[in-house]
Design a protein around this ligand. Structure first.
Ligand code: THG
Length: 262
């Protein structure tokens, strides 16, 4: 599993404040804590309160690169913000994200090629969030076809079914989970799959439990990557154990600590 730490996001009060005050230490500690807990990559999102994301995102990228060379997931709905981040990125990059919107695909797929990045494709279009599995698959196919035509390697594309909170979209959870499996059989070579995990528990009272169970079920559908809170130890234990059950790592009595030492 490719684990992307979600905590460098201006949506969190401490990070939002650190971005505003250009407090490097808070950002760098958050980066290091997530990597020590097992993150392979760090999501970098200025959050909704940032007034100048075109300068805030590159600032975050430079500050994080002072303490790690792990890949960075540049998270913005605005292509010009992502491009500003790409210009200063020395580490590997995941572009988070493109949608099935032709205007977005036309800008972001060439950027992903030019900068040799991975690319997250959200199954959403200008018409909004899909309401069922067929709509998700249709949007996924649009994104895959565009990447293939543009010469972007489909193996570097991560399709995201868009996880919705279970308290508002309970009837969609099964379709979201099954989409993960079906995305993988759209083309050969297969695209990869990803979720933004914490969306599922927003507004619920048992957030960690809801996240943990959803992740386990998504892994059973073949999930390749997740944006999540790596500081949630029980969540990481569930992730490691799910992959053990799927025979992705070798059993030993101390499999949790053995995996963490890797
Ligand atoms: N897909 C992709 N990228 C994404 C998402 C996705 N990026 C953003 C988001 N979704 C994933 N990251 C988060 C980060 C935090 C939370 C949820 C998803 C979260 N935050 C608390 C809340 O809203 O309740 C904030 C709590 C606080 O303020 O302290 O839940 O789906 N590709």
């Amino acid at each position: 599993m490719f684990i992307i730490g979600e905590l460098i996001n201006g949506m969190y009060n401490n990070i939002g404040k650190a971005i505003k005050e250009h407090d490097k230490a808070v950002i760098q500690k958050c980066a290091q804590d997530q990597i020590n807990a097992g993150a392979d990559c760090l999501d970098v999102n200025c959050g909704p309160a940032s007034k100048q994301p075109v300068s805030d995102l590159p600032w975050l990228v430079e500050v994080i690169q002072e303490v790690t060379d792990k890949p960075l997931s540049l998270d913005s709905s605005k292509p010009q913000v992502i491009e500003a981040g790409l210009k200063v990125a020395k580490n590997k990059v995941v572009i988070n994200s493109v949608t099935a919107d032709p205007e977005k695909l036309a800008v972001l797929v060439p950027l992903a090629k030019k900068y040799n990045t991975k690319l997250i494709g959200l199954t959403i279009s200008a018409k909004g969030i899909p309401q069922n599995k067929d709509q998700r698959l249709e949007l996924a196919a649009t994104i895959v076809a565009h990447c293939a035509d543009a010469g972007f390697p489909v193996e570097d594309l991560y399709l995201d079914p868009i996880v919705l909170p279970v308290n508002v979209a309970q009837a969609q959870m099964k379709d979201i989970l099954e989409s993960i499996h079906e995305f993988k059989i759209i083309s050969d070579p297969s695209p990869k799959t990803i979720v933004g995990l914490s969306n599922v528990s927003q507004g619920t009272k048992a957030r960690n439990l809801v996240n943990r169970i959803f992740l386990t079920m998504a892994i059973a559908q073949g999930l390749d990557a997740a944006i999540l809170d790596p500081l949630d130890n029980d969540l990481m234990d569930a992730l490691i154990t799910s992959e053990l059950i799927l025979n992705k790592n070798i059993y030993c009595d101390s499999f949790l600590s053995a995996y963490r030492k890797k």
